[in-house]
Write a protein that binds this ligand. Structure first.
Ligand code: DX5
Ligand code: ZN
Length: 217
């Protein structure tokens, strides 16, 4: 059964408390909170005040995805906001191991995210240090984009790397995840499905979350 992490980027920002209530009452496991800086990615989403408010309302695990340059500058801030996991981009942190150590020192779980163009084998020397690898299945920056088909193979390659190295990292897939492609992703090895528009734009978001939970059963 996959971990389901609704991405609040797709929620109605005028009704965030309703979105929190829906996710709290649903079978979803995590809040996925996308922080974008307008530099690493072209878009700006929300920052510490909004993340703090969402974490306060959350009855789930808070998964913060930092799409920012030099994320090491913000680790402490987002830990204070109430994050349980912090994921940083492989492409955004020059001294990635130091950044991951800083996340662990604050008692949090650390994740590393790969843009679609970054090969999975680049993780060889860091795979033992992280609890989570996020395979970006769209070019990060916006919700509601189309899933990039070849990223399914990246999930398979990552699963192989994890098995071969006896790493305990979980595989997260983020971007364009729908009820149509989720089954294939779970079969390929995905442990965590992030879904924004396919949940929040659904006519019944709670039922959609329940459907996502059924994959791989
Ligand atoms: C993309 C973000 C995703 C995004 C997913 O840059 O990291 O988490 O919100 O949204 P959907 O599911 O709509 O592609
Ligand atoms: Zn994300």
């Amino acid at each position: 059964m996959p971990i389901i992490a609704p991405s609040f980027l797709a929620a109605n920002f005028l009704q965030l408390s309703e979105a929190c209530e829906m996710v709290n009452q649903s079978e979803a496991d995590w809040y996925h909170l996308d922080v974008m800086d307008g530099d690493f990615v072209p878009n700006i989403s929300f920052g510490q005040p909004v993340v703090t408010a969402l974490c306060k309302a959350s009855k789930k695990l808070n998964d913060v995805h930092l799409m920012v340059q030099k994320p090491e500058r913000y680790i402490q801030d987002f830990a204070k906001c109430g994050a349980h996991n912090i994921t940083v981009h492989f492409e955004a942190s020059t001294h990635l191991l130091r950044t991951i150590d800083a996340i662990h020192e604050l008692g949090l779980q650390a994740g590393v995210a790969l843009n679609p163009h970054t090969p999975v084998h680049q993780l060889l020397d860091i795979i033992h240090e992280v609890e989570l690898v996020c395979v970006m299945s769209v070019n990060p920056g916006f919700g509601g984009q189309q899933f990039i088909p070849y990223t399914l193979q990246k999930v398979q390659m990552l699963k192989e790397l994890i098995l071969n190295t006896e790493s305990k990292a979980l595989i997260q897939v983020d971007g364009g995840v729908t009820l149509e492609n989720a089954g294939g992703l779970v079969a390929a090895g995905a442990d965590i499905l992030v879904a924004g528009s396919s949940i929040f734009n659904a006519s019944n978001p709670m039922a959609t979350i329940a459907q996502f939970k059924q994959f791989g059963k």
